[in-house]
Every structure is written in C-alpha cells, then in structure tokens.
Design a protein around this ligand. Structure first.
Ligand code: TXA
Ligand code: MG
Length: 350
C-alpha cells in the first residue's frame, strides 16, 4: 500500500471520531493523537508492519526505539519480562502522566518497536483523548512524537498536519498540548534508576519516590564521537527548525546587545533574525521577538518552546537567538531540547 498520497482526516475528539481513530489503528493505519506532552504518531504496538510505517512517515532512523502507550497498569505485565516492585511506586506517583519507564521487554514486543534492544519504553498518558483512543483501539499504541524526524515536536494538530499531511490516515485534534515537551524517560535497567531524557517529571520528583536517581551525561552534554547512547534518540540532531538556533547565556541587556550586532551583520545579507525572549523583554529588541514564557516560569517555557521554534521557521528567518533557561526543575527539559535544537552552540555574554 502506498501511504504518501493518502488524504489525512482531521478528526475531532467526539465519541464517534475516537471510535473511528480506534478502528483505523486496529486496521494497521497511522493516527496522530493528542497527549499532555506533545502529539504522538500512533500505530498498533503489537503489529510490526504498522509500526514500520511510523518510521517511514517520520523519516526516523531504524535504530531509534518507540514508546508503548497503555491506558491501565495491568497492561504492563504482558509487555515486559518482569515487573520490578518499584514500578508500582512510580505508577502511583506519576501515572497517568508524562513519565516513560524503560523495562526489560517480553517477546510480545515486535522488533520494530524496540529497534533491536532487549528493553521497552512504556508510558501511560494522562490526556483524556489519548486514553480514550488507546481504549477504543483495544491494544497498546507505539507512538513517537508526530513530527518529521529532526523537527520540533508538534504541540497542535496543525503542527502535525504541517509535517504529516498525506502520509498518515488521520489526526485527532485534542487542542494544544499542555506540557509542551516530551515525557521524562527513566530507565529501571541500570543499578540506580537513570533519567535518559528530562521532562515535566523532574529529577527532584523522582528522587522523592526512588531515594536515588542518576541523570545521564547526555542530558546536558554532547555525546563523544562514536560513543553509544543509552537512549538512541539522544544522538540525533533534534527539535530543530530550519533556521540556525543559538543559545545566548547572560543578562537581558547582554542578550539584546549581542542580537543587535547580528541583526546589523545579517541586514547586509538581507537575512533576518528572530529572538526568543522571556515575557516582558520584547521592547529591548529591535528584531522579531517570540516570547516563550516568564524567566522564572520553566513550565510556561516548556509549553511554548516548540511552537515558537516552528513560528521562527514560518517567519523565514535564518538565525534564532534564544535566552538561556535555568536548568532547575522543568528548566532542565527546556535546556535539554534547546541544546539539541542549537547543536550545542552556546554564546556567553555579560
Ligand atoms: O511525551 C512523549 O514521550 C511523546 C508522546 C507522544 O508520548 N513521545 C515521544 O517519543 O517523545 P519519541 O519517540 O519522540 O521519543 C522517545 C525517546 C527517544 O529518545 C528514544 O530513543 C527513547 O525514548 N527510547 C525509546 N525506547 C527506548 C529504550 N528501550 N531504551 C532507551 N531509550 C528508549
Ligand atoms: Mg521525538
């Protein structure tokens, strides 16, 4: 079946449309679904052929495994080799919600989902539409973020259609994603549980339940050439608009001075600059500004970051300068995504 010329249906979250989404998924089709973090590109997780199409639609490297989404805790048992006792504590505290947990997989998980690893990533989303769609499909759903591989993750149905129109059967519009960055990925397959990707559930939150938790070096660092990534997704350029992104660390005034110098240089090349600033700083800049949240409000920064990066592309600018967020709390997730969008370019100013 050819999948790159199909008409992509835009479904609502009415009961009837959710049923339609469930039916399409059972038939092996791809349906983009809203979740509280970002939109996911879902397929029947137990159907290897359907899962393969996710990789084709996204242009995703075949060695990057997918998250399996479930609607109730009793679904875990069949998907994993064994259930460690601590899973129940984590589920009590964070499920349903933006935490993905990596466990040893069972034979039920197709090769395509785990991308050759002997582990599987599992998440129980809290978004009511996501939960209703999993139930309507009647099986767990494999779903990466519903963007073209490398682009910022989609936080609206429009973002999904921008990337996936004509390549997937349908998108269910459940409104803008509330968290705005992808789930926290935690592996229980290391001696001390380890955060592979930061998200809304912070290291501090996990520490409270687990008593010990590590943060993988790749969260804020750049993998050395040839090094093996604990989470394959961390080795790819990611979340990146077409414009070049730079993080600028320093004061609001130092940021504005730096950006103005670049605006001057680029004007001669007839290229434009956008600045991602904290709320209230717009007037300091003499170029296009996209406020992405208050300086002290990491949650709001997370919510708006990907939308603003996509807006920068819509504006056709060639360079994007971003105020450096704090790495405290959910700021760690914001900084982690920005570092990848910027390919680790950080400029220090006064
Ligand atoms: O919030 C989210 O997690 C969203 C929504 C749709 O649920 N999904 C999402 O999926 O962000 P994706 O595929 O874009 O990111 C999954 C990340 C990747 O970095 C992947 O390498 C990692 O999780 N991952 C998946 N399975 C893994 C495994 N078995 N071991 C290590 N890392 C794994
Ligand atoms: Mg992704």
């Amino acid at each position: 079946m050819k999948h790159n010329t199909m008409k992509t249906k835009r479904l609502s979250h009415s009961k009837q449309d959710i049923e339609t989404a469930g039916k399409l998924l059972r038939e092996g089709e791809l349906v983009a679904i809203p979740t509280e973090t970002v939109y996911g590109l879902a397929a029947d997780a137990l159907n290897g052929e359907a899962v393969k199409r996710i990789f084709e639609a996204k242009g995703r490297p075949g060695d990057n495994p997918l998250i399996v989404h479930i609607a109730s805790l009793d679904e875990v048992e069949d998907l994993v080799a064994f259930v460690p006792p601590v899973l129940e504590d984590l589920a009590d505290a964070f499920w349903p919600g933006p935490l993905t947990i990596i466990l040893e997989k069972s034979d039920l998980i197709p090769e395509e989902v785990s991308a050759g690893l002997d582990t599987v990533a599992i998440r129980m989303p809290s978004h009511p539409d996501a939960r209703a769609i999993i139930k309507a499909a009647g099986r767990p759903l494999a779903a990466p973020s519903a963007n073209t591989s490398g682009m910022p993750s989609p936080t609206t149905a429009d973002h999904v259609l921008h990337d996936m129109d004509g390549k997937i059967a349908a998108v269910v519009d459940g409104g803008p994603s509330e968290v705005g960055v992808e789930s926290t990925v935690l592996t229980l397959c290391t001696r001390v549980p380890r955060i592979l990707r930061p998200g809304r559930v912070t290291p501090e939150d996990l520490f409270e339940v687990l008593g010990e938790v590590d943060v993988d070096d790749a969260v804020l660092g750049q993998l050395a050439e040839g090094a093996k990534a604990a989470s394959p997704g961390m080795k790819y350029k990611h979340y990146s608009p077409n414009a070049e992104v730079y993080i600028v660390k320093g004061s609001a005034k130092g940021f504005a001075d730096y950006v103005h110098a670049r605006v001057g240089v680029l004007a001669k090349e007839e290229a434009a600059v956008a600045a991602l600033v904290f709320d209230g700083e717009e007037a300091l800049l003499n170029c296009v500004t996209l406020p992405f949240g208050a300086e002290a409000d990491s949650l709001s920064q997370a919510e708006h970051l990907f939308d603003d990066l996509r807006k920068a592309d819509d504006l056709g600018v060639s360079e994007v300068y971003v105020r450096c967020p704090t790495e405290e709390g959910v700021g760690l997730a914001v900084l982690n995504r920005l570092l990848r969008a910027a390919e680790f370019r950080i400029i220090e100013v006064e």
